[in-house]
Design a protein around this ligand. Structure first.
Ligand code: ZN
Length: 627
């Protein structure tokens, strides 16, 4: 299609299905107020965007767009990091325009646009003299993956600003993809899914059916041995089973969650109930058997992949930051499709314990992997050095594979859109954060409210109605399953959606109280790696113990948490009573079963997992042996 045909609806919505149980709200409708998430979004805007831009220049990945082919630097997917920065900038600029940031956005978009070939092809790693031919390595080349992120960036710009140069670049690239991979073209897929959700979203922006059909083709082709077999097996890129035939997510965790998100998008736009049911089943089984307490996904380092059911070792948790983000993308789509609060429960868990963990307080250092048990002291990455992705034991400024920092940037920039939705009858609050929300229902009735809370420090959420029609509507509040229940305006409510339907008046105040207090959590006995251990959670936040909080000469290995002693709280964190045993090194570490020696008890401080490694090198564990 031509750029002039593209509509310019500025909705500010990251994901906008045309049907489904719930309707997403845009960044113009939800504004975060000071609190846990607003602080992080502000750091993202003021520090992370510039940090990422600095490193993209320094590493040469931005310069690739004008460099000679032989000078190209970085891995095969380096272009995508530039696109994710553009996406993050676009989401930031929508609700809060800023001339300086807009100029930076336009400068980068201009460099990208100048590299596009006349037929729409755009990739700095293939097709030019001295480089491999276009589409000669679909297994590992990431060409379509890069288009996916280019298109997502353009969708963000179209929905927050309107059509601009980058939107034109993305439309030309999408047309080129349809020409080359459509019916009669190359009948294959990309080794890394991502273009699937992107093409559906571009269809939603432009109304061009060809993009939806191409996304549908990519989803249908996968799983039929389309790509060459590799050492990890075809499950690595989900090419072992057709999407609709699978029961659980498998293979590379980021690839798996992106593909599943794209499959939901295709299913919603084509009315394919079988496909939607299949992904819904895969989500349920993955959450029940293949997900860490933190919401993290992926327990295999060698291929960054899901392990077998219940293979969730905490000290080998890969839990890539991007897989957490992919999980949020998938859960959000299923929440919009079905309205089931369980999806919002997992989004909350993953946001607080993977997404919030993966970035430092100042927004310039990142985890690529998110282990639940650090056995040895980490080392501070050398200042100014690019570190290999999984080798960093403390947050690092940049990685050879730097997918996670840019993914965090675009997620924080669009975070407000994940708080609330609407339907024909009212408004639903899914995540609790201080915020202002103002929207109109499909029939034009306008609703405004203010959420005041210091969640997750406490569970008190106060909602004040600021604008309401004089007809009844329904305010729906998610009561998380971790809470067991809650109090809504003095009445006990069960986990799930608590609904208030009435004729509201401006000034009405609604109080929701969630029991945010420390609790012990166990694990399915089939998760052998943590059998006999307990973890501590408080509200949606997973806690951990770090060596820097232990008395000198006490190691994490020596702690045996006594579940019979009630947990308490101090200004520093949660206090747990532990027996201190004396693990002795043995020639052969498999003696006859016996109770471990050691009688000394000590109070041990646990703090939120998302802040771990923030005070220098430490060892850390989430799961603590009980006894
Ligand atoms: Zn990543």
């Amino acid at each position: 299609m031509t750029i002039n045909e593209a509509p310019t609806t500025v909705s500010g919505v990251p994901t906008m299905p045309s049907r489904g149980r719930l309707r997403p709200l845009g960044l113009h409708e939800v504004t975060l107020r000071p609190g846990f998430w607003q602080r992080r979004q502000e750091v993202n805007r003021s520090a992370t965007l510039a940090h990422v831009e600095h490193w993209l220049e320094r590493a040469g990945w931005l310069g690739n767009f004008e460099a000679a082919p032989a000078e190209r630097r970085g891995r095969e997917f380096a272009d995508s990091e530039v696109y994710k920065l553009l996406e993050a900038m676009a989401w930031e600029l929508g609700p809060a325009p800023d001339a300086e940031l807009d100029a930076r956005y336009r400068a980068i978009a201009g460099r990208v646009a100048a590299a596009q070939e006349p037929d729409g092809y755009l990739n700095t790693n293939f097709g030019r003299p001295g480089q491999r031919p276009r589409y000669s390595d679909l297994e590992w080349g990431h060409e379509l993956y890069c288009y996916g992120h280019l298109i997502q960036a353009a969708v963000a710009r179209a929905r927050t600003f309107g059509v601009d140069e980058l939107v034109g670049v993305a439309i030309r690239a999408a047309d080129h993809v349809c020409d080359v991979f459509g019916p009669g073209g190359i009948a294959s897929v990309c080794g890394h899914p991502e273009i699937e959700p992107a093409l559906v979203e571009l269809y939603r922006v432009t109304g061009e059916h060809r993009y939806l059909e191409q996304a549908r083709l990519f989803v249908e082709r996968r799983g039929r041995g389309t790509l060459a077999d590799i050492g990890f097996g075809r499950s690595y890129f989900q090419d072992d089973l057709p999407v609709r035939a699978a029961d659980v997510l498998r293979g590379h965790a980021v690839r798996a969650t992106y593909l599943a998100a794209g499959a939901v998008d295709v299913a919603m736009e084509t009315g394919d109930g079988e496909l939607l049911n299949s992904v819904t089943r895969q989500w349920r089984n993955t959450v029940a058997r293949r997900t860490y307490l933190t919401g993290g996904m992926g327990s295999r380092h060698q291929d960054e992949a899901f392990g077998e059911d219940f293979a969730l070792p905490p000290d080998r948790a890969y839990s890539e930051t991007c897989a957490g983000i992919g999980s949020v993308m998938l859960s959000w789509r299923l929440l919009l499709a079905h309205g089931d609060p369980r999806y919002a429960d997992l989004i909350e868990r993953t946001l607080f314990n993977v997404v919030a963990t993966a970035v430092s307080g100042d927004g310039t250092r990142f985890f690529y992997t998110n282990t639940l048990h650090q056995r040895v002291l980490g080392t501070e990455p050398p200042a100014g050095a690019i570190v290999p992705r999984a080798a960093s034991t403390l947050r690092a400024p940049w990685f050879e594979v730097s997918c996670c920092p840019t993914n965090l940037a675009r997620t924080f920039a669009s975070l407000a859109a994940y708080l609330a939705t609407s339907d024909d009858d009212g408004l639903q609050l899914h995540q609790y954060a201080a915020a202002r929300i103002r929207t109109a229902l499909p029939d034009g009735r306008e609703i405004g409210l203010e959420v005041a809370t210091d969640y997750p420090a406490t569970g008190r959420i106060t909602i004040r109605i600021t604008e309401t029609p004089d007809t009844p509507w329904t305010l729906s509040l998610r009561v998380p399953h971790w809470a067991g229940g809650a109090t809504l305006d003095g009445l006990t409510v069960s986990p799930g959606n608590a609904r208030l339907r009435r004729r509201f008046s401006a000034g009405d105040v609604i109080e929701l109280d969630l029991a945010v207090r420390p609790r012990l959590t166990g694990a399915d006995a089939r998760i052998d790696a943590v059998r006999g251990c307990v973890a501590i959670e408080r509200g949606p936040v997973v806690y951990c113990v770090e060596s820097v909080d232990l008395p000198a000469h006490v190691s994490l290995d020596a702690l045996r948490l006594d579940p019979a002693v009630p947990l308490s709280e101090s200004a520093e964190g949660v206090v747990a009573s532990c027996r201190i045993v004396s693990p002795a090194d043995q020639e052969w570490p498999y003696p006859a079963p016996s109770r471990e020696a050691g009688a000394r008890s000590a109070d041990v401080i646990l703090r939120p997992y998302h802040g771990w490694a923030g005070r220098g090198p430490s060892t850390m564990r989430v799961w603590i042996p009980a006894g």
